[in-house]
Design a protein around this ligand. Structure first.
Ligand SMILES: Cc1cc2nc3c(=O)[nH]c(=O)nc-3n(C[C@H](O)[C@H](O)[C@H](O)COP(=O)(O)OP(=O)(O)OC[C@H]3O[C@@H](n4cnc5c(N)ncnc54)[C@H](O)[C@@H]3O)c2cc1C
Length: 422
């Protein structure tokens, strides 16, 4: 099938087809799509998928296409991106605290609907801002403050196979819809994990149900102020806070991270951000006292956090409220990640190895817990797109990070669809 024939068939199916060969991206790797194909209904998506399957052209799907630093607007080989942003149906079960979302539903749209419904539930947006996709971020195992690993918060998937057929894995279709949403897994063996981190090259998830967080009435932001070098005692303290269930969100970052985001904090060492939440003032006070006890036991220093959490996109010179501009910015970014066990000696050894590498010493890394057994190391490498020396530096940094990750036999946590190396 010629390119023109394919273009005509996709357009005739009713989808919005845009030539996208020069599409901007935050990442250097991969290929720009020849076309961006945007179906406006599930029926159209079925037709598009069958046409593409028939044509043999490589294609991947994304939801909002804002997987900045991983694979936004990029493919592994030349081909087509099917963007599902126009499929944006949302339904809420405010009694059970569940949101059923199509790919186009953003965190902002979900928040608005929950506010309108007066629900006691919410879902925190990622650092990439509120205009990214709830479903897309979840499928790439996105990290949301306080939620940790997302797979267990997602259920009742409606999936379109690459031949256009639709099904709900693990369910017969005869079950009560609320039961499907309320149960974490379908009965019996299931393959839900196979739907995650396919980078849009696998089955297409056209709907899923996401468990929402309870919006607690009381919250307090605390920080553990530590020295510039990561110590086992700090990691032990952090883990103890998690094991005792005292904090609902936490993140560890060095001064370089705060500098990159333009946050002015006098402290020049590591900061462990803690968020403590409770249903009542009395419980919040009791929890804060317990946090103080654990922090003291580990010889660390606790303080109240006064500054607001800055917009993460400032690392790039961007703004979460202007998502359409991010890929066009003068600076790009690549995330390099590693998953580690929550073992103090290993985390400290890994941090030391990264610090000891000259090209990596000043990176604004952060560590985030997946739960109380595993953490994720995230290093954002920012580069100026028009500066060959900076691009060369990015390559050297990536190679150095990959080498260290390899020496510790660690997998990446996320790497996106434009790079291999999962
Ligand atoms: C400065 C900065 C800060 C960031 N902070 C965070 C953060 O705090 N937490 C975080 O998680 N991420 C963060 N990111 C990374 C990224 O921007 C977000 O994860 C963003 O939410 C993903 O974009 P999206 O929602 O538009 O998903 P998409 O790009 O649409 O999708 C994400 C991935 O899932 C696949 N996918 C999407 N939809 C489907 C589908 N229907 N079926 C099958 N596969 C699909 C896509 O192919 C893609 O690989 C940050 C990025 C930057 C640059």
């Amino acid at each position: 099938m010629s390119g023109a024939d394919l273009f005509d068939r996709l357009s005739n199916a009713g989808a919005v087809v845009t030539p996208a060969a020069s599409a901007a991206s935050t990442v250097l790797v991969g290929h720009a799509p020849e076309w961006l194909v945007e179906p406006t209904s599930l029926h159209q998506l079925g037709a598009v998928v069958r046409i593409l399957d028939d044509s043999g052209i490589p294609w991947r799907v994304d939801s909002r296409g804002r997987n900045w630093g991983y694979d936004d607007a990029r493919l592994r080989t030349p081909g087509v991106i099917v963007r599902l942003a126009r499929l944006d149906r949302l339904s809420l079960d405010v009694e059970l605290g569940l949101a059923t979302v199509q790919p186009g539903v953003t965190f902002a749209k979900l928040k608005e609907a929950l506010t309108e419904a007066g629900a006691r539930f919410y879902l925190p947006p990622p650092g990439s801002g509120p205009h990214t996709s709830v479903l897309g971020n979840a499928l790439d195992r996105g990290l949301l403050s306080g939620l940790g690993e997302r797979e267990r918060h997602c259920r009742d998937f409606l999936v379109m196979e690459r031949d256009g057929s639709l099904h709900r894995p693990g369910w017969t279709g005869a079950e009560d819809a609320r039961v499907r949403g309320a149960l974490p897994y379908p009965p019996g063996p299931h393959g839900q994990g196979a739907l995650f981190q396919t980078a849009g090259y696998g089955p297409v998830v056209v709907e899923l149900t996401h468990v929402l967080q309870v919006a607690t009435a009381q919250a307090m932001r605390l920080v553990v102020l530590s020295g510039p070098v990561l110590t086992e005692e700090l990691v032990r303290c952090w883990r103890e806070l998690l094991l005792e269930g005292l904090v609902s969100g936490s993140l560890l970052a060095p001064q370089a991270r705060r500098r990159a985001q333009g946050t002015a904090i006098a402290h020049d060492g590591l900061v462990l951000d803690l968020s403590v939440t409770a249903g009542s003032v009395a419980t919040l006070r009791a929890k804060a006292a317990d946090v103080q006890r654990v922090v003291r036991q580990h010889g660390q220093r606790l303080a109240l956090r006064v500054s607001e959490h800055p917009d993460d996109l400032r690392i790039l010179g961007g703004d979460g409220e202007r998502p359409e501009e991010v890929a066009q910015l003068a600076s790009g970014l690549e995330w390099h990640t590693a998953a580690l066990p929550f073992a103090p000696s290993m985390i400290v050894a890994f941090a030391k190895a990264v610090q000891a590498e000259a090209t990596l010493a000043d990176t604004p890394w952060s560590l985030r817990p997946l739960d109380d057994r595993a953490v994720v190391w995230l290093s954002p490498f920012v580069y100026r797109k028009d500066d060959p020396a900076d691009i060369e530096r990015l390559r050297r940094r990536s190679a150095a990070f990959d080498r260290i990750r390899g020496e510790f036999h660690l997998p990446t946590y996320r790497s996106g669809g434009a790079r291999g190396g999962r």
